[in-house]
Design a protein around this ligand. Structure first.
Ligand code: CP
Length: 319
């Protein structure tokens, strides 16, 4: 079975075996990234274009590092200075870049579904680096790798995802991935920050943080995504922190060895206490960042293998 086929657009269509294959390969890249010489040539001769239509620190930097460590030529498109700023559409920009014959395009876009649409218009492989509220597949994969390394397994865990669920593509991709692998998922937050139709997700829903994280193995905090909100979804940041901000006191309701996660960027004193976020005895937030590079290397490697296989097969069928 080919892992990932041509694109990585979301977790929704992925089989558990595909997820495990990516994580297993990512383990080898964790080892490589801890070496002094962090280089491989599996993407040598290939061109990777990163198109980020929304701000990013972790995802863009780690896709860039991942491509470079694998030997690709990596170009970061400067969206603000591109023809998008002159009114060119996403599709026209994509077709223009496609004509330059990249092998891989990594895209982040504020509109849900934009990355899938783009993938239909280009010849190369497309990786979703986050589209609107829809999916952020590599974030869910790196979270899964972090959990597996901390807990020794990726099934039968109680995982509380807390905060602004309704605006979060990270929550959606994690619910899909961790749900497929047989974990118990709890969503915790005010009702105003829960998506419509939440009952169909196969999760438990809590509006009390202490009850929601009770005896949890993993507590995943999410940022209040004010940039996606029209109007106020919480009465005040102070009250939100009081009720839903995670600190060492509230964490006592989770299992004694529960890990604390956050995809970043973090709002200290809003959804999480700064000291807890920095407590490496409980917080795996920096591990998540490290796993992000390894997972993205694994994804790019697998997509490149599939591209090479497709070229070979096309050559054979022409003979
Ligand atoms: N987790 C995440 O997507 O972070 P960035 O917005 O910094 O890429």
């Amino acid at each position: 079975m080919a892992i990932l086929a041509k694109h990585l657009l979301g977790i929704e269509t992925m089989a558990p075996e595909e997820i495990f294959s990516i994580l297993d390969l990512a383990e080898s890249y964790v080892t490589l990234n801890r070496d002094q010489v962090k280089h491989s040539n599996v993407l040598a001769g290939m061109t990777q274009i990163n198109m980020f239509f929304e701000n990013s620190t972790r995802t863009q930097a780690s896709f860039e590092l991942a491509g470079k460590r694998l030997g690709a030529d990596v170009m970061n498109m400067a969206v603000a200075k591109s023809s998008i700023a002159k009114g060119e559409t996403l599709i026209d920009t994509a077709l223009t870049l496609n004509a330059m014959r990249p092998d891989l395009i990594v895209v982040r876009h504020p509109s849900s579904g934009a990355v899938n649409l783009l993938a239909e218009k280009v010849n190369c492989s497309v990786v979703n680096a986050g589209d609107g509220r829809h999916e952020h597949p590599t974030q869910a994969l790196l979270d899964a790798l972090t959990i597996r390394r901390a807990k020794g397994r990726l099934t039968r865990l109680t995982i509380a995802i807390c905060g602004d669920i309704s605006h979060s593509r990270v929550a959606r991709s994690n619910i899909l991935l961790l749900g497929k692998l047989g974990n118990r998922i709890r969503l915790v937050g005010p009702r105003t920050l829960m998506p419509f139709g939440i009952d169909e997700f196969g999760v438990e829903v809590f509006d009390d943080l202490r009850k929601g994280i009770n005896a949890a193995d993993v507590v995943m905090m999410l940022r209040l995504q004010t940039e996606r909100m029209e109007g106020a979804f919480v009465p005040s940041v102070r009250e939100y922190y009081h009720l839903y901000g995670l600190d060492a006191e509230k964490l006592k309701f989770a299992k004694a060895d529960a890990i604390v996660m956050h995809p970043g960027p973090m709002n200290r004193g809003v959804e999480i206490d700064g000291a807890l976020a920095d407590d490496i005895g409980r917080s795996v937030i920096q591990d998540q960042v490290e796993m992000g590079v390894a997972v993205r290397m694994a994804v790019l490697d697998l997509l490149a293998r599939n591209l090479r296989r497709a070229v070979l097969e096309a050559g054979r069928s022409r003979k």
